[in-house]
Ligand binder design. Structure first.
Ligand SMILES: Cc1ncc(COP(=O)(O)O)c(C=O)c1O
Length: 404
């Protein structure tokens, strides 16, 4: 397991002694190294990038491109394939809208997603379908919450233009076979988008191995700042897509009548860039790489294995995930018979300072198919410990008993 010394890097844990932070799938805590790098922008650089010839402006441009290199390296992509967006949600919207504007989807075409998608990978496609007449098809899960591959094969036809799926679910925690999914897409002449928002924090991402055309992720879930996300676009697609936002920074020439776009990722980065955030994003990628993403995964697997075992011993508690550390991330979705999930979240926080997420988790079709009133979710990360899980399980047991 990763040494507990790592907790010293996270100032929030010192500010809130006793806090047990199990809401990592919503957002992670930030190490001092990331906070320092964001602050370095304001204290040392502060100029706008790509906006001037003075030295500080040049420096700001250099910091953005250096950060792009670092984050691209983290997902084994070329810097020219990495767009900085606001978050994973915006990354998926960029792909959906830019392809639609380029005429990729028409009446009768099909877009295939899975039932476990976060709203970020559902609603943009719903909207494309509404505007173009394309049809949204949804792949189901097996009883153990893994993706039903037979259903996937059945739902794909020659009309399929896009398969858009998560690498890992933010609710039922399943890790999807993304290499197979992108191969199936390409074998059928479709494009493939993989939402890697829940996998970048703890699973090695290799853009070439996954083979998708697009990947979307958020810095804040992988120790980085809020306000910035990543969008991987396979090099061959960038010049064929239309911009998403329009304005400064994306053009090579402008007249009153028309504008020409720059080549490369900046075509999708209209307006002032999130410079401080990009620097923090790069610092987060560096921090995780230094520990080793394999070590992070190992740590998470040990925590989730232990949590599944201990939580499984609580009477009336049910978990909704593959119940197998190899097949899932460090998330446990659960409910206790007779206790509302929101009440459960409030009580474990008040009694034992455990922060968990409750509700429908921005994945309403998935969660409401299990319980329309919502469920609770504990999600672990590299600074969590087995002792914290013990305290959490004690709190759950006491809560369960007190509601009876
Ligand atoms: C699988 C998945 N996709 C997309 C998102 C959206 O991320 P963001 O809110 O940072 O855009 C989330 C956030 O929870 C997620 O878990």
């Amino acid at each position: 397991m990763i040494s507990e010394k790592i907790r010293e890097d996270f100032p929030l844990l010192k500010k809130h002694p006793g806090l047990i932070y199990f809401d990592n799938a919503a957002t992670s805590l930030k190490p001092q190294q990331v906070i320092d790098e964001v602050s370095r922008y304001y204290s040392e650089v502060s100029a706008n990038s790509g906006r001037g010839s003075h030295r500080l402006a040049q420096r700001a441009g250099y910091e953005v491109e250096k950060s792009r290199e670092e984050v691209a390296k983290f997902i084994k992509a070329k810097p020219g394939e990495l767009v900085f967006t606001k978050n994973a949600t915006e990354s998926i919207n960029v792909v959906a809208e830019s392809l639609e504007r380029a005429g990729k989807f028409k009446d009768g075409d099909e877009i295939v997603i899975s039932i476990l998608e976060h709203h970020a990978n559902l609603i943009p496609w719903q909207q494309v379908c509404k505007r173009t007449g394309a049809k949204l098809k949804v792949v189901n899960l097996n009883d153990d919450f893994t993706l039903n591959m037979n259903d996937l094969e059945e739902k794909i036809t020659r009309k399929t233009k896009m398969i858009a799926m998560a690498h890992a679910s933010n609710t039922v925690a399943t890790i999807l076979p993304v290499e197979k999914i992108s191969k199936i897409a390409h074998d059928n002449g479709a494009l493939c988008l993989i939402d890697v928002a829940q996998s970048t924090p703890g699973i090695e991402i290799n853009s070439k191995k996954i083979g998708a055309d697009f990947m979307a992720f958020s810095a804040h879930k992988m120790l980085g700042p809020t306000g910035i996300g990543g969008l991987y676009i396979k090099e061959e697609h960038i010049d064929k897509m239309e911009p998403y936002n329009y304005g400064g920074g994306i053009i090579s020439k402008v007249t009153i009548e028309k504008s020409d776009w720059v080549k490369g990722p900046e075509k999708f980065e209209a307006g002032t860039k999130p410079i401080a955030e990009a620097m923090g994003f790069a610092a987060a990628a560096k921090y995780l790489s230094k520990i080793g993403i394999g070590k992070v995964r190992e740590h998470e697997m040990q925590l989730v294995k232990y949590a599944l075992k201990k939580m499984g011993e609580i009477k009336d508690l049910k978990t909704y995930c593959p119940n197998n550390a190899e097949k899932q991330t460090g998330i446990v979705l659960f409910g206790i018979d007779g206790i509302d999930a929101v009440d459960l979240g409030v009580v474990v926080d008040e009694v034992s300072k455990v922060a968990i997420r409750t509700g429908l988790h921005c994945a309403e079709p998935m969660v409401s198919s299990i319980n329309p009133k919502g469920l609770a979710r504990a999600s672990f990360y590299l600074y969590n410990t087995l002792e914290e899980i013990d305290t959490f399980v004690d709190a759950l047991t006491a809560t369960s008993n007190s509601f009876k």
